[in-house]
Write a protein that binds this ligand. Structure first.
Ligand SMILES: Nc1nc2c(c(=O)[nH]1)N[C@@H](CN(C=O)c1ccc(C(=O)N[C@@H](CCC(=O)O)C(=O)O)cc1)CN2
Ligand SMILES: [Mg+2]
Length: 290
């Protein structure tokens, strides 16, 4: 039996429809949610993500402000832009597209965003609230993974399961582990220094792969019947001289033994932008008391 293919595009479309209704309701009450998106430099993938964020925001009725700054923008100039947006009460969400050019400290920029406008959920105040199980703006990709898991397992279906997160990045691995723990999973985080990573992964009822290494997770890493969430988005060359996207999971090898699995593309990726817009609405509500 082949696995359930978790359709992230369909789940994201449902979330976007909910966000659209929330935005319409807020606008009737005189609140127009607004998202500022800042891109520094001309990385082609970032350019596409930013364009998609702005288009999707507008499609659900969120006002978007787009700032495209040259690659040689100084850290001071970027911080100045962030401070100006922090002080603008008509802007509810601020997002700085990552990665930033090497001469700019991502950490400094993230900490400069007002926590209540930090719709990526990367600021230490939001990270701290998440790990304490308190209300916060949650990073969009891990929040999206949780929603996909609940579509398969139901609202309470994660309780007591063993979840293994592969990767310990600040933007996916760590917040993912915190969210799974909050859902009453037993959580293991596997990383590049873990001893016998494959054996740890084979214990997983739920596996979330977020390492950025194409097809690293093969069939011998996965317990039959596991639910596999693939966060990896790796662009690889094809023999025909083109490129294509693949995940961190070897999909053709793993799908036959998993209970459910996300494809790449069309799995976790679409949830990221939908989650961002949901966070923008949440931020607008919090800031306006609606
Ligand atoms: N400030 C941020 N920077 C980055 C984030 C983030 O959440 N906040 N995440 C990634 C990039 N990203 C959004 O910014 C992102 C990545 C992928 C997708 C997506 O929809 N992927 C599709 C495939 C798209 C394609 O064909 O290229 C999929 O997986 O189906 C959306 C958003 C790093 N930076
Ligand atoms: Mg993301």
């Amino acid at each position: 039996m082949s696995a359930i293919r978790i359709d992230g595009k369909a789940v994201a479309d449902t979330l976007l429809a909910e966000v659209g209704q929330d935005v319409a309701g807020l606008r009737q009450q005189g609140v127009h949610p607004a998202l500022a998106v800042i891109l520094v430099g001309d990385d082609p993938a970032s350019d596409v993500y930013v364009r998609n964020k702005v288009q999707r925001a507008e499609a659900v009725g969120i006002r978007s402000l787009e700032y495209r700054l040259p690659a040689n923008t100084s850290e001071a100039a970027l911080l100045e832009r962030v401070q100006a947006l922090n002080g603008d009460a008509s802007v509810h969400g601020i997002l700085v597209q990552m990665p930033l050019p090497a001469h700019i400290s991502e950490a400094s920029v993230i900490q400069a965003i007002a926590p209540h406008k930090d719709v990526d959920g990367f600021h230490r105040e939001n990270v701290g609230s998440l790990s304490l199980g308190q209300e916060s703006l949650v990073p969009c990709t891990p929040a999206g993974c949780m929603r996909l898991l609940r579509t398969v397992l139901g609202e309470d279906g994660l309780k007591g399961l063993h979840a293994v997160v592969v990767g310990r990045s600040n933007i996916v691995g760590k917040p993912m582990a915190a969210l799974l723990l909050q859902a009453d999973c037993s959580v293991t985080v596997v990383h590049s220094r873990s001893r016998d990573a494959a054996a740890l992964c084979r214990q997983a009822d739920i596996m979330v792969a977020a390492v950025g290494r194409p097809a690293m997770i093969g069939a011998d890493w996965v317990k039959p019947g596991a639910i596999v969430i693939d966060v990896g988005i790796n662009r690889i060359a094809t023999p025909e001289g083109k490129t294509r996207l693949i995940g961190d999971v070897d999909y053709p090898a793993v799908a036959p033994l998993a209970h459910a699995i996300t494809p790449v593309p069309g799995g976790v990726g679409p949830m990221t932008i939908a989650g961002l817009l949901a966070n923008t609405v949440k931020a607008a509500r919090q800031q306006t008391g609606h």
